[in-house]
Design a protein around this ligand. Structure first.
Ligand code: PMP
Length: 394
């Protein structure tokens, strides 16, 4: 027997390609050079706004002896989240069903561990966020992949979801706005999904839960609007992270808000708390909890992100690329002009343009750009994109 458990070996296998890409030190070093145009991840490329820093500094000032005590869900923070959710969505979330987390990594890990036993299946949509499969395996369940409807702007393929539901299905992860396509699911799609999940639950004799990964629910481009799946299927968990809205993924802050009419609400409330503790006290650090009321008042600068999206979508389209215009999120999906997206990423890299190859998110033949790249990077990258497509088309 080796040093590493079989389960960990399996987790490492599932994450294989992404691990190799994400830990390539040469690439990281090249991306940090001042001339690099870095579109790879949703990382900030501008210094954090002073208002954000001021909120954290204020929250660091002790208000009493308990300011830095062990803190689970700080009541003032939870009240602020509850008010914000009830104002934005037509769902009567209860404050006691809000659990603060270290972002959606933890939100998903806790929710999955709370729900699944070995052998249970969890459905996710492909192309996915890279870590769904890993987190499902780490929770001891079996991932079941359903392809998005690529012929219809990456909508949910409802027929495929229905067909994927088995007696072992325990949950489905739905991500709207969707990383990487930027698709926002419509009320009609969510109504139909809800009916499918109700029927599937009735057929299998147990409740199928919906994990609504809403990392980007405030990154929505005009004139689109976002509706939460929780408003359509009551047996849902809303998972939120402040990382995208506040462009601060290193700060690790988010929450789970359980739908008020979910089956098993009391049991789930206690179980999620135990999940937070046994995952290793997975609560946000005190400073962030104290800052939540101020952070809830901050809004993302959508016009800036939208301008970058528009520049990239229109310029790349003029240069001959096939581009998907996102309705939300940070991401722009582009078809690689050659089949081998990893090779094309290297062609772009030679022009100091760094992108995420589609092979990393189950979309070989494509690549993804993040508009968290700053304005200067966007401008400087455009000739590089033009040269790269000319080179491979020659
Ligand atoms: N879900 C999706 C769809 C994401 O894109 C991300 C971050 N890229 C996460 C979850 C994880 O969020 P966090 O790092 O804030 O936990």
């Amino acid at each position: 027997m080796g040093a590493v458990s079989r389960q960990t070996e399996e987790i490492m296998r599932v994450l294989g390609l992404f691990r190799e890409f994400g830990t390539d030190d040469d690439r990281w070093e090249a991306m940090r050079r001042p001339e690099a145009c870095d579109f790879v991840y949703g990382n900030p490329h501008d210094v954090a706004p002073q208002a954000y820093v001021d909120a954290l500094v204020r929250a660091a000032q002790p208000t009493g002896k308990d300011h830095y005590a062990y803190t689970m869900d700080l009541p003032a923070a939870v009240r602020s989240v509850g008010d914000d959710l009830r104002r934005r969505f037509p769902v009567a979330f209860r404050n006691e069903d809000i659990h603060l987390t270290n972002g959606n990594f933890v939100g998903l890990a806790v929710a999955l561990r709370t729900l699944v036993d070995p052998g249970d299946e969890v459905i996710f949509v492909s192309p996915p966020w890279f870590f769904y499969e890993t987190l499902i395996v780490a929770a001891g369940a079996t991932p079941v992949r359903v392809l998005a409807d690529r012929d219809n702007d990456f909508d949910l393929d409802l027929g495929a979801i229905e067909a994927a539901i088995s007696p072992r299905t325990r949950a489905i992860i739905v991500n709207s706005p969707h990383n990487p396509s930027g698709r926002i699911y419509t009320p009609e799609q969510l109504t139909a999904l809800s009916a499918i999940l109700e029927e599937g639950s009735a057929r299998s004799g147990h409740r199928i839960f919906l994990l609504s990964d809403e990392a980007y629910n405030r990154i929505v481009f005009t004139p689109n609007t976002f509706t939460t799946p929780v408003a359509y299927y009551p047996h849902s968990f809303l998972l939120y992270t402040y990382a995208k809205t506040l462009l601060s993924p290193g700060s690790r802050l988010g929450y789970i808000a359980v739908g008020p009419e979910i089956d098993g609400a009391d049991e789930l409330r206690a179980a999620l708390q135990i999940g937070q503790i046994t995952l290793g006290w997975a609560y946000p650090v005190s400073i962030l909890q104290h800052a939540i009321p101020d952070l809830n008042a901050m809004a993302p600068d959508i016009p800036v992100l939208q301008r970058r999206r528009d520049t990239l979508v229109s310029t790349l389209h003029e240069q001959g690329y096939e581009v998907v215009e996102p309705q939300g999120t940070f991401y722009v999906l582009v078809r690689s002009p050659i089949e081998d997206d990893r090779r094309f990423a290297e062609v772009l890299r030679a022009h100091d343009v760094f992108v995420l190859p589609g092979a990393m998110f189950e979309m070989p033949g494509w690549f993804r750009l993040s508009v968290t790249a700053n304005d200067d990077m966007v401008e400087r990258s455009l000739p590089g994109f033009a040269k790269a497509i000319a080179e491979v088309s020659a």
